[in-house]
Design a protein around this ligand. Structure first.
Ligand code: BES
Ligand code: ZN
Length: 626
């Protein structure tokens, strides 16, 4: 199983455990062809199509002991279609009272719908200008992870972080929670003294004595980009507009690892136009952060597992930074269009990496991505509807249909377009696409029109060569999918073959291998590997002691698959600490394949589950209950 299957099956798992799994609607590959009609976002119950929500003023207090956020959210609205009610999404929120234009109002809460939460309905008039909701978060707010001091890096203070994408913002803010609905926001956040609060907005760089922090996000954003982190957090600048945040005990390492983030921003700007969000900072969160990275505007949230010490995993930052154009600036209209966010971002991420690290290096990333795509398609089935770029997630949890398809099939499609029309021409097109649609919503159909009119100029030879419809509205990997030949990996293959034919690992030519070469070396090990092989590899390369989380994780899954016991203590230490599901799930999945392994998995999960984010906990619990 590869990373996105893991990311998203993990997310899907939660909903089953919360009693809100998918309702069995599986679209088939012969669904109707696309039309130009704007498709409705089926994952929000808000009526923001008739009411403009222009600004959110948030006024909240974070209680780290009670693990609760309480306060009020004021929405400034324009009721241009004279709707009788404002409908907002909420999930598990306790609504204490509601004011309409600062007068107490009635309200109703609809029943909780699996996956979606409830509709908060507030009567308004055509002239209503503001609606204020007084609320508290619930005990199982899905966006929130509350950490005890013990679960942080420095182990001194508690920590809180949010993860709002795709539809979790509604579990900490009453909002119109659809990617097509944008608004500006301001916030006043009170936190316990000694802690710093940060948001996806203008941010403080130092703590103050009052514990009150104010924020402003002047560019309109959708709710899935709302973010908050609270903890003992230090700041270090990289240059005038970039910097890093982390717990004090990690800040120096983080500053080194991300020391070239400023260059990444200028590289991205040279490709597709100005960075429009003011500052670009990165916060490295405690190890329980359940995903790799999240593109919260102005402040990327990031796992500490990319801090490898040698900058070899910073393409994750290139990815989250690239979202400042693809996703945050031009945003997928619904979660069915998520390839417009993630596929474009993977493509853009690799263009940044190519500029900074060169083509042979970046070709390794393309090849690893192609391998992920192949596995994904094999897993889902070559004809599966879920392998179209345009997804159909109606009546399903939005994260459920997501996988390497939007990421890698999306990126490879764009690479094919680039190769077919030429890089210069494609870059001009993308420049205009990002800048002409800045702060707007995009759906697949509109993008296809752009592609045909502005880039391909309805040229039938180009259209035939690319065959966009097969990619976007068809399954599997189309035969014209580009795949770079890869010299560096070819050398790795030949060293691996030498080893498998009996050569001592000490004689292998692994000089100057980067993380990605080691990943390729281990990924392609055959099933026939024995404990003797693993012992020899460990003796030569000390994989069990690896501090690079990507390599360590792959090694541990091999260790489980081939019962290499000497790796177990280090593996246990790893999974007791790291909460990133992409790493946890392969290990737990490998373990549950044998009865003894399953026992070990149950023992470890029992001991360490509280170190994992609720969503990671649930997906592992589901795996163990099978
Ligand atoms: N925006 C995504 C994370 C996401 C997507 C969360 C959909 C929830 C629903 C983020 O940009 C991302 O793709 N993160 C990847 C890392 C990246 C380098 C591919 C991850 O966390 O693994
Ligand atoms: Zn992404």
């Amino acid at each position: 199983m590869n990373r996105y299957i893991l990311l998203f099956t993990a997310l899907a798992g939660i909903f089953t455990l919360y009693g809100c799994g998918n309702n069995g609607a599986q679209p088939t590959a012969n669904s109707t062809q696309p039309t130009d009609t704007v498709q409705k976002d089926t994952h929000t119950q808000s009526n923001a199509d008739s009411i403009t929500l222009s600004h959110l003023a948030l006024h909240i207090e974070v209680n780290m002991e009670a693990k609760q956020i309480a306060g009020r959210a004021t929405w400034l609205i324009e009721n241009h279609a004279k709707a009788a009610n404002l409908q907002l999404d909420i999930d598990g929120l306790q609504i204490d009272s509601v004011d309409v234009d600062y007068q107490k109002s009635t309200f109703t809460i609809g029943e909780a719908i699996p996956n979606l939460g409830s509709m908060l309905k507030i009567p308004i008039t055509p002239s209503t200008q503001s609606v204020t909701i007084y609320y508290k978060t619930g005990a199982n707010a899905r966006a929130l992870q509350w950490l005890t001091p013990q679960q942080t890096n420095d182990k001194k203070q508690p920590f809180l972080y949010t993860q709002s994408e795709a539809i979790y913002a509604r579990s900490w803010i009453p909002c119109a929670d659809g990617p097509g609905i944008r608004y500006t926001y301001s916030a006043r956040v009170k936190v316990p003294k000694g802690l710093l609060a940060l948001m996806s907005a203008s941010n403080p760089q130092t703590k103050n004595d009052s514990g009150i922090y104010t924020f402003f996000m002047e560019q309109p954003i959708p709710a899935y980009l709302m973010a908050l982190a609270v903890g003992d957090i230090a700041f270090k600048g990289i240059d005038k507009r970039t910097g890093v945040y982390a717990e004090p005990g990690m800040i120096a390492k983080v500053a080194y690892e991300f020391g070239e983030v400023n260059k990444m921003v200028t590289t991205a700007e040279q490709l597709y136009g100005p960075y429009r969000w003011g500052r670009y900072d990165v916060i490295v969160l405690p190890p329980g952060f359940p995903i790799g990275g999240m593109e919260n505007p102005r402040l990327t949230f990031c796992t500490p597992t990319v801090i490898a010490g040698d900058r070899s995993l910073v393409s994750l930052i290139a990815h989250e930074l690239a979202h400042s154009w693809s996703g945050n600036l031009v945003t997928n209209a619904t979660w069915n269009d998520i390839w417009l966010n993630e596929g474009f971002t993977v493509y853009f991420e690799r263009r940044i990496t190519e500029q900074m690290m060169g083509k042979p290096y970046t070709d390794m990333l393309w090849e690893l991505g192609y391998q992920d795509l192949e596995h994904e398609v094999a897993d889902k089935g070559a004809q599966s509807r879920d392998t179209w770029l345009k997804l159909d997630l109606a009546k399903r949890e939005p994260d459920e249909g997501l996988s390497d398809i939007p990421y890698e099939k999306g990126a490879h499609f764009l690479q094919l377009v680039e190769h077919t029309v030429g890089r210069a021409r494609f870059d001009t097109f993308l420049f205009h696409y990002f800048n002409g649609n800045a702060f707007k919503t995009m759906n697949t159909e509109k993008f296809m029109q752009y592609l045909y009119k502005d880039l391909l100029h309805d040229d039938s030879a180009l259209i035939k060569a690319i065959n966009p419809t097969a990619w976007v509205y068809g399954p599997g990997i189309p035969p014209n999918c580009p795949r770079a030949g890869n010299e560096r990996f070819a050398r790795v293959d030949s060293e691996r073959n030498k080893f498998l034919s009996g050569a001592s690992p000490n004689t292998l030519n692994d000089q100057k291998w980067t993380t990605h070469e080691w990943l390729h070396f281990l990924r392609k090990m055959p099933d026939s590997l024995t404990v003797k092989h693993l012992t020899a590899l460990d003796g030569a390369f000390a994989f069990t002691k690896q501090t690079n989380a990507e390599i360590a994780d792959l090694w541990f899954t091999l260790a489980v698959a081939h019962n290499y016991q000497p790796a177990y203590p280090a593996m246990e230490a790893f999974i007791s600490r790291v909460g990133r599901r992409k790493f946890l799930l392969p290990i737990y999945e490998a373990l549950v394949k044998t009865p003894e392994g399953k026992q070990t998995a149950q023992k470890w999960f029992g001991a360490y589950k509280l170190n994992y984010h609720p969503i990671a906990q649930c997906s592992i619990a589901k795996l163990l209950s099978k």
